[in-house]
Design a protein around this ligand. Structure first.
Ligand code: 3SL
Ligand code: MG
Length: 256
């Protein structure tokens, strides 16, 4: 789907910029080279990345496949590499860390290089790698990423990782949180229909994000695996001020 303002490079007359929201990475067909993109995977990949960057990781290299991660770690030799990620939400055998943000303490990650592969989040980031600016968003850094995206001065595309190719409510709520912060900075934004929906949803539930998520498929999956503490951690808003940013294959703090 294309809107006229893409061709013009600017949104409707009288509005400063546009925010477009994608429910899944697979639904993105547009050329992202003129956009600032925010990729969101609240449960749990982008929450892990935000936490790791906040806790001083040197860099994160996202890759799609487990074998690629192992090869990459081998190529990097002895640079204190951590192999990180999940499959079916569970730890990957022989990897150092799973996809629980609680494992990414300063003691564990400070100064280290992470090679990370997850089912949806790292793949969504790689899908968006042609973006002019590619930022990593979560509830943990919602205000910081909103501020950074707005300061780039480009139209914004928020891409939700989704879960196994499907819409994931946790990501849409986070997109709504980020959009509400962008509007606090500058209210003159064109919002596409899904961005409006996310904002309405977030505004309705911002006092209790757990309520709409109770029956959500991925939340239930993580709960069944005993990962309630991860969910609680990932639903905290604005407790971190870093903005992980992907450039040339590597994620680092945009403000480093
Ligand atoms: O799909 C992903 O990228 C993961 O974040 C999903 S999980 O929460 O680790 O299962
Ligand atoms: Mg997810």
């Amino acid at each position: 789907m294309r809107f006229l303002w893409y061709n013009l490079g600017r949104p409707e007359r009288g509005l400063d910029m546009a925010i477009e929201l994608y429910a899944t990475a697979g639904s993105v067909e547009k050329d992202l080279r003129n956009c600032v993109v925010i990729v969101v995977d609240v449960l749990r990949a982008t929450s892990v990345m935000t936490t790791a960057v906040q806790n001083g990781v040197r860099s994160i290299i996202p890759v799609s496949e487990v074998e690629e991660a192992v090869d990459m770690a081998r190529q990097l030799g002895n640079q204190r590499v951590l192999l990180c990620g999940e499959r079916e939400a569970k730890p990957i055998p022989e990897f150092h860390l799973s996809n629980s943000p609680l494992e990414y303490t300063a003691d564990m990650v400070s100064g280290r290089v992470m090679v990370m592969t997850t089912t949806n989040g790292t793949r969504a980031i790689l899908r968006a790698r042609d973006a002019k600016h590619l930022l990593i968003g979560s509830l943990l850094n919602a205000s910081a990423v909103a501020q950074a995206a707005r300061s780039c001065g480009e139209n914004i595309a928020i891409i939700c990782a989704g879960t196994y190719g499907k819409f994931s409510l946790d990501d849409i709520l986070c997109a709504g949180a980020i959009i509400s912060r962008i509007l606090e900075i500058d209210g003159k934004q064109y919002l596409d229909d899904l961005a409006r929906t996310a904002l309405t949803l977030y505004d309705s539930y911002k006092d209790d994000l757990r309520a709409p998520l109770a029956g959500c498929a991925h939340v239930q999956r993580l709960k069944a695996l005993g990962m309630e503490k991860d969910i609680d951690f990932c639903l905290q808003e604005d407790i971190m001020d870093v903005v992980p940013c992907y450039l040339d294959g590597v994620i680092r703090n945009a403000y480093a």
